[in-house]
Design a protein around this ligand. Structure first.
Ligand code: GLC
Length: 551
């Protein structure tokens, strides 16, 4: 099967717009491939799987953090921004990986985590060893505690992962951490912090990195008034660019500086913002004068529903026109319940449970999840996604049709949200289980003992099993990506009248047409040459199926 799909060699050009319609594959390195059997996926493991990525047909790899880290938050607690975690390899291994990816025509995007360092970063250690008011503390956000001896936190704020957002350091001062206590927030009004990140961006750009995924891009700029507002007051403040903590207008001054660094390379380095902001504020992050692109998580948050999909797509293509960027489509990543699982759950409507978290919390997953339906819908949604203008971000394992792993034993859990919510939130470990490559070998070919245990059903999803099955999800992705590369055209889309509220149809300028039946009953297959379908067609377009046509 894989022979039939082998793709021609590809060489990278200096095309400055390569990212606009790229398919970017997210690698969560510790769970991808383990070359030395220590149970931690590593950089040589990624290098060894470059042929797989090439065969899959992705344009770029985005690597979640691979830096030295105590893993208080899966690597998003960075000890040193200009090194590789020794468990994952060395800088030489990094260079080899980049060379192998580039030789295969695949670009590399690395995750950069500028909102916070880890508490083991040299700067934070120095801050703890230095007195209040020192230059070392001014790199972070320290405040005096309230009450006698400063024994009370400076404010009642809650962190994103639950629990207090301020942590005492024993001398009456406290530091701010939006996330875990092991992730102290940096003070971005400090020129030294700004300068150091420019050095980091150059460091990786000089090593051949093509772009950056910017973690919590909307959090860096802060302007804390004195006295500090309460959590309730903060919550009531408008998120219009003047909020003390989130999505401040002045954050874009930082990205304008970054842009100068990006543009000093040929081709210019790219960036994509992870910014959980109101949709109408996203365009500034995506501006060519700033980071250049921003994630849009709207499809990820939508139900499997024709109306919702159409609204989200129309709206985001409009935003892309405003920003001058291309839009981004995402269904799964390392922070959310996998989309095959979300789509297999009873509809819960708009609201707080959109990511399917509630299903996991309910603790009785198997009887509520329709695995088959979920995967069928996920395949349909992905095929629709891959026909859209703009870039598509896909997350390791979705090409294997993996579901979320719900039954991780409590003592194996790693996500800080689980611990900080005292188990009330199970957290994100269920999408971070090491990939199944084979039906045997250490941890199904992952290479070492899987730290998050693989369930028995992972074997059925192994790469080797799917390569041999023409109808597998892996082969669907491979075919779709190959066709997409052939069919790619201008970033425009025309909606076609399908005459059925459950059917969504659109055409790209060159006649490439995608039709999705979101309903249950089969509908007439539209005219045109069938190029690919997410499920067998039988002369009709069945429910929960997408077809690509040349019309
Ligand atoms: C982003 C990352 C997430 C991490 C958080 C703190 O949201 O995607 O995994 O926990 O930032 O760095």
């Amino acid at each position: 099967m894989s022979d039939a799909l082998t793709l021609p060699a590809r060489t990278l050009t200096n095309d400055a717009s390569w990212w606009r319609q790229a398919v970017v594959y997210q690698v969560y390195p510790r769970a991808f491939a383990d070359s030395d059997g220590d149970g931690v996926g590593d950089l040589p493991g990624i290098t060894s799987r470059v042929p797989y990525l090439r065969e899959l047909g992705v344009d770029a790899v985005w690597l979640s953090p691979f830096y030295p880290s105590a893993l208080a938050d899966g690597g998003y607690d960075v000890d040193d921004y200009r090194d590789v975690d020794p468990r994952l390899g060395t800088l030489a291994d990094f260079d080899e990986m980049v060379a192998a990816l580039h030789a295969a025509g695949i670009r590399i995007v690395v995750d950069i985590v500028p909102n916070h360092t880890s508490d083991r970063h040299a700067w934070f250690r120095e801050a703890l060893a230095s007195p209040r008011g020192s230059a070392a503390r001014a790199r972070y956000v320290f405040r005096d505690g309230r009450g006698p001896d400063g024994a009370e936190p400076p404010a009642d704020w809650e962190s994103v992962f639950g629990g207090p957002a301020w942590e005492p350091v024993g001398d009456g001062q406290w530091y701010l951490h939006h996330f875990a206590p092991e992730q102290p927030d940096l003070n971005w009004s400090n020129p030294e912090v700004r300068e150091d990140f420019l050095t980091t961006l150059r460091f990786w750009s000089d090593r051949g990195v093509d772009g950056f995924r910017v973690d919590v891009a909307h959090g860096l700029a802060k302007d804390l008034p004195d006295p500090l507002p309460s959590a309730a007051e903060l919550e009531a403040m408008p998120k219009d660019g003047t909020h003390p903590l989130w999505d401040r207008d002045d954050v874009h001054e930082i990205y304008a500086e970054w842009r100068e660094v990006f543009d000093s390379y040929d081709p210019p380095r790219t960036a994509v913002a992870e910014a959980w902001v109101a949709a109408d504020r996203r365009a500034r992050y995506a501006s060519p004068a700033g980071l250049g692109q921003a994630f849009n998580f709207d499809l990820l948050e939508a139900d499997f529903d024709a109306r919702q999909f159409r609204d989200v797509i129309t709206f985001n293509l409009g935003l892309a026109d405003v920003s001058g960027s291309s839009t981004t489509w995402v269904f799964s990543n390392h922070d959310v319940v996998r989309h095959a699982t979300r789509y297999g759950l009873p509809p819960r409507g708009a609201g707080t449970e959109k990511h399917g978290k509630q299903w996991l919390l309910d603790g009785g997953p198997e009887d509520q999840l329709d695995r088959e339906l979920g995967l069928r819908r996920a395949r349909a949604a992905t095929l629709l996604q891959l026909a859209l203008p703009g870039s598509s971000y896909i997350y390791q394992g979705e090409e294997l049709g993996l579901h979320e792993v719900a039954d991780i034993p409590d003592d194996a859990r790693q996500d800080p949200t689980y611990f900080r919510s005292a188990g009330a939130e199970v957290g994100r470990d269920g999408c971070r289980v090491p990939l199944p490559w084979d039906t045997d070998g250490a941890s199904l070919g992952f290479g070492g003992p899987a730290q998050l245990p693989q369930p028995a059903w992972f074997r059925r999803h192994a790469v080797s099993v799917q390569e041999a099955d023409a109808g597998s999800t892996l082969n669907l992705y491979r075919r779709a990506l190959r066709l997409r590369a052939e069919l790619q055209c201008d970033e425009a889309l025309e909606w076609l009248e399908a005459g059925d509220p459950d059917v969504l149809a659109f055409r790209r300028p060159n006649g490439w047409t995608s039709v999705t039946n979101f309903g249950e009953a089969p509908v007439e297959l539209p005219a045109g040459e069938v190029l690919l379908a997410s499920a067998p067609l039988d002369g009709k377009l069945p429910g929960a199926t997408t077809v690509w046509l040349r019309g």
